[in-house]
Design a protein around this ligand. Structure first.
Ligand SMILES: Cc1cc2nc3c(=O)[nH]c(=O)nc-3n(C[C@H](O)[C@H](O)[C@H](O)COP(=O)(O)OP(=O)(O)OC[C@H]3O[C@@H](n4cnc5c(N)ncnc54)[C@H](O)[C@@H]3O)c2cc1C
Length: 463
């Protein structure tokens, strides 16, 4: 790697070489995981380049390729899993300037990757439209980072997840070659680069589908029993006439212990639900809720005045739950569990019985191929890596897939298997293996057997 030559060739672009801010821009939310915190805390890039347009992206990639410098692309750095951490140093390609919403059409928007999720909605709302789904980091994360590192979120109870057909329309991608190419992907080809952590191309434009926009009524309600809470959430998910954007469920004592502004309004033992319901669906929602004995609406954003406003209800859900718990108790960490359609209720009950007080259920209702299921972003009281691994194995033995957030590779954080489409495209688009190195095991070590945690051999050494 010839860093000095690369830096000199890119000197006319927006470059940041200040070691303090370079380190800050080299970090994401990897520290949610005590396992990743122990391994990646020291990692930093050598310098940051913020391209203003696609031509500058091409220039950076061409120069970096010529001088063998790794490039790790960054949106807002809110990813977990260490996705945006430059394990082998090199350049951070910061997308903050490429944030234009280029066009809004009926049912779709064309946008640059560095646009914040909330700013996509600012541009689409005048046409009565909004993005179908967003991560709970709506206020801070970019659309490019969401598509490259996220999976789904607020909206997934109606629309499914990003990998479902129709939830991304088109991606425009620049390759990392001597002469970088611009490619446009639709259909099956989208999966080459979506959720690929920027390991095989840089997304420079996205076309995303839109949904009708509503002034969602944000709701907190309580139910005394967790099994009943799960049943309620799933049944609400199946009520197709009631328009909703969020159905989150929190086992007691999450609300009591970690949601400081909600805690004064719940009783000991109460389980909490966080919901977003369309205003004209409120009558249907209240009629449905009245069928559940013990269900109590404690907050409605259109009516309730709490002395201390809770803020957006979605900022309690998805991975914000973990953040709130971590702020109160630094010994908390989390898992990402898939509770499948049909058997989620038994599986959630079995996990609760196996780990009382150690694994606390936080569930997000999702739609999957016409059925409802739950993503569990379970809170875990961390004691040791060995114990965490044992808890994960127990989940897998009970038939609950875990997307392990304590690993930094695509495979270990995903389905523990090679994605042939992503690998094949990396061979074509990044022949020197310079894009976000260390994140795709299949590229580094095709015979890896997943028996233990992968350790990228070229990971920067801590000083
Ligand atoms: C509190 C909290 C809540 C969260 N809630 C959710 C949630 O509800 N749903 C969810 O899916 N995730 C969630 N996440 C994870 C993360 O916030 C989301 O994935 C987010 O949308 C990432 O956006 P970002 O701009 O911060 O991306 P970054 O962290 O900057 O990047 C994520 C990955 O994408 C790559 N990347 C970024 N831009 C590009 C590009 N233009 N081309 C190619 N690759 C690129 C990066 O290299 C990195 O590997 C949460 C995280 C936190 C900390």
């Amino acid at each position: 790697m010839n860093l000095d030559a690369a830096k000199a060739a890119l000197a006319h672009l927006d470059i940041d070489e200040n070691p303090v801010s370079v380190k800050a821009k080299s970090r994401d939310f990897f520290w949610y995981s005590p396992v990743l915190k122990a391994r990646l805390d020291h990692v930093t890039a050598d310098f940051v380049v913020a391209p203003r347009n696609e031509a500058e992206v091409i220039e950076v990639l061409r120069v970096a390729h010529a001088h063998d410098v790794p490039v790790t692309v960054r949106g807002a750095g809110t990813g977990n899993y260490g996705q945006a951490m430059p394990l082998a140093g090199g350049i951070i390609l910061h997308m903050k300037h490429m944030n234009a919403v280029k066009a809004v059409h009926p049912g779709r928007v064309i946008v640059e990757p560095g646009c914040l999720l909330k700013d996509v909605d600012v541009a689409t709302k005048p046409s009565g439209q909004e993005i179908r789904m967003f991560s709970s980091t709506y206020a801070t994360a970019t659309i490019g980072g969401f598509i490259s590192g996220g999976s789904g979120g607020v909206g997934s109870c109606t629309w499914g997840v990003l990998r479902d057909l129709g939830n991304i329309i088109r991606l425009r991608v620049v390759t990392m070659e001597a002469a970088p190419r611009i490619l446009e992907f639709t259909g099956e080809e989208l999966h080459r680069v979506s959720h690929a952590y920027g390991t095989n191309g840089i997304i420079t434009e996205l076309e995303m589908p839109l949904a009708p926009a509503y002034d969602w009524v944000e709701i907190f309600m309580t139910l005394p029993d967790l099994a009943q809470t799960v049943d309620y959430a799933a049944a609400l998910g199946r009520e197709d006439g009631i328009l909703k954007k969020l159905i989150s469920a929190y086992e007691s004592p999450i609300a009591q212990d970690y949601f400081q502004r909600v805690a004064p309004h719940v009783q000991p033992g109460d389980n909490l639900l966080g919901l977003m319901i369309a205003p004209h669906a409120m009558d249907g929602f209240l009629t449905f809720t009245a069928r559940y004995l013990g269900a109590k609406v404690i907050y409605r954003s259109d009516e309730t005045q709490w002395p201390r406003e809770p803020g957006p209800v979605y900022e309690y859900g998805w991975n914000h739950t973990t953040l709130r718990a971590l702020k109160v108790d630094p010994a908390i960490t989390y898992l990402q569990v898939r509770y499948p359609p049909g058997t989620y209720a038994e599986k959630i009950a079995a996990i609760r019985a196996a780990f009382p007080g150690e694994v606390i259920q936080h569930l997000e209702l999702m739609r999957e191929n016409g059925q409802v299921m739950f993503a569990g972003l379970s809170l875990v009281r961390f004691t040791s890596e060995a114990r965490l691994d044992a808890i994960i194995r127990a989940h897998e033995d009970m038939g609950c897939m875990v997307f392990n957030p304590h690993r930094y590779t695509l495979e270990e954080g995903g389905r523990q298997s090679v994605d042939d489409r992503q690998l094949a495209f990396k061979r074509e688009a990044d022949p020197k293996g310079l894009l976000n190195p260390g994140k795709m095991i299949a590229w580094d070590d095709p015979h890896w057997d997943y028996a233990k945690m992968y350790a990228y051999p070229k990971l920067q050494v801590a000083e």
